[in-house]
Design a protein around this ligand. Structure first.
Ligand code: AMP
Ligand code: ZN
Length: 473
């Protein structure tokens, strides 16, 4: 069996992955708060953990993996959205949940086995909070229930901080009823205008962290294998989940391997509305960027490195996917993708802490083999390429069929270089027929040719057609 190695945030080391039960490998990933369209950064953990899910299913069998990703459908941001729009909360969360599912499906992400919504698990949260109070890990103060961080000696282990460091560094909500400023809310009171449920502490609603502890316990048990999310969740969200779950179920380990993806940036800057570089997955899809292209760009950077989204990377990814599918399309019907047969080169790359960068290098390797007329078994290479594209959710023959080509500014530069080389050669042999012929071809494709002593410049003219230009070498 393939040995999978994963970097565990808890130990800060790559470890051999050994599931508690190979017949039921269990993974929990924190999902979105549903009040708006998912932005591009939100999609990164979805794609990253989708790759891990595919790998686990391949190694342990599709029926032997349980993947849970939640929807946070009770949250103050949702309440605020409802208040400002005048729409009911349930309408907002239902709509946004469906948007999320549609957008992530467009990125080729498989649906998890369970997608629990927080509001469906309120009784389990209440029960867990009661257990925490009974065990002396939580206390009631002014209608709130708070977790007492000093009652859990390992608080801070995951993020490697002490409670004193945290107090110094964090912007914590200072509330007079907290025994320690780092104590966090398990339950808070709701007025009549806010969503609320009956509880032993009065009508109220849960804090954010308790939902993941309650839902993962209900669906995966008190010990499970993998817990994932974006790196921004390590503190406080995951630290708090650990404290709650370990204290409510001291006989369990909670999650054994903690995986976190690094953040996504746009053109080298943090994505933010004020910088004008904030966009949603849907914005990109509506602009005609195929989901596979977004996926390919994401996977070209290792999940533990910051990922920089750039328009140039998207164009490059689209060109690559086109090159690959055009080669495959020429070999149809001999090549039909069979993702379950994916070559071990690819699985080994993923088994090494999800080295998707390496996986993509192998794709390029097999593309070169499949393109090379001199390679004896080009069909086998093409088959391996098709299998591996399909395995990672990147196979789509539309890339070969589409006649809307990608505009490639570098293509014009390459053609300009070719023209100046022809000109140099022509000067030597005093015969400019090659140059003239090439110039005519360019002009026929709507490219304006400007030649001077200083060099050659090619400018797209009004009849410019990048599709025809593709054929020019
Ligand atoms: P939220 O809805 O803000 O709780 O975020 C949902 C998921 O998206 C979490 O796993 C976050 O860690 C992740 N996330 C949010 N922003 C980014 C970003 N810029 N890059 C990568 N992941 C992000
Ligand atoms: Zn969570």
């Amino acid at each position: 069996m393939t040995t999978i190695r994963l970097h565990n945030t808890r130990t800060r080391q790559k470890e051999v992955f050994e599931p508690l039960d190979p017949a039921n490998v269990r993974m929990y990933v924190c999902g979105p708060t549903v009040y708006d369209r998912a932005h591009l950064g939100n999609a990164r953990p979805v794609v990253v953990f989708d790759v891990l899910y595919r790998l686990l299913r391949h190694v342990y069998g599709a029926d032997h993996v349980t993947y849970v990703r939640n929807f946070t459908d009770v949250d103050d941001k949702i309440n605020a959205r409802a208040a400002e729009s005048g729409r009911p909360i349930s309408a907002i969360t239902a709509e946004t949940t469906q948007w999320f599912l549609d957008d992530m499906a467009a990125l080729g992400a498989l649906e998890p086995d369970h997608m629990p919504r927080a509001t469906q698990y309120i009784p389990q949260m209440v029960a867990m909070i009661e257990a925490l109070i009974a065990a002396g890990h939580a206390y009631v103060a002014e209608g709130h229930v708070l977790f007492a961080v000093e009652s859990y000696a390992d608080y801070g282990r995951l993020s490697g901080r002490t409670v004193a460091d945290m107090i110094a560094g964090a912007r914590v909500e200072v509330a007079p009823y907290k025994r320690n400023p780092m104590d966090f809310v398990l339950w808070k009171p709701s007025g009549d205008d806010l969503p609320g449920w009956p509880s032993p502490w009065g009508r109220g609603r849960p804090g954010w962290h308790i939902e993941c502890s309650a839902m993962s316990h209900e669906l995966l048990g008190e010990s499970f294998d993998i817990h994932g999310g974006g790196g921004d969740l390590i503190f406080p969200h995951h630290e708090n989940e650990i404290a709650q779950s370990r204290c409510a179920h001291p006989e369990g380990d909670f999650a054994r391997y903690w995986l976190h993806n690094e953040m996504l940036q746009v053109e080298g800057k943090k994505m933010s509305k004020s910088l004008g570089n904030f966009f949603t997955v849907r914005d990109l899809l509506d602009q005609g960027v195929p989901g596979e292209v977004i996926r390919f760009v994401f996977l070209s950077t290792h999940y533990r490195k910051p990922m920089d989204w750039t328009a140039e990377k998207a164009r490059e990814a689209e060109r690559t996917l086109r090159d690959m599918h055009r080669v495959l399309a020429r070999m149809l019907p001999h090549v039909v993708p069979q993702p379950e047969n994916v070559n071990d080169y690819f699985i080994d790359a993923l088994a090494s802490d999800m080295n998707t960068h390496e996986y993509i290098k192998h794709l390029h390797g097999f593309l070169s083999l499949a393109e090379d007329e001199d390679v004896v078994d080009r069909f086998a290479a093409a088959q391996a390429l098709a299998d591996a594209l399909a395995f990672l959710g990147l196979f789509n023959l539309e890339f070969a069929r589409s006649d809307i080509p990608v505009f490639d500014p570098e293509k014009l530069q390459r053609l300009a270089l070719r023209l100046s080389e022809l000109r140099e050669a022509a000067k030597k042999k005093k015969d400019f027929s090659d140059v003239d012929e090439f110039k005519d071809k360019l002009k026929a494709n709507g490219v304006e040719v400007r030649m001077s002593k200083a060099g050659v410049e090619l400018v797209p003219g009004p009849d410019f057609d990048p599709a025809k230009l593709e054929a020019l070498k």
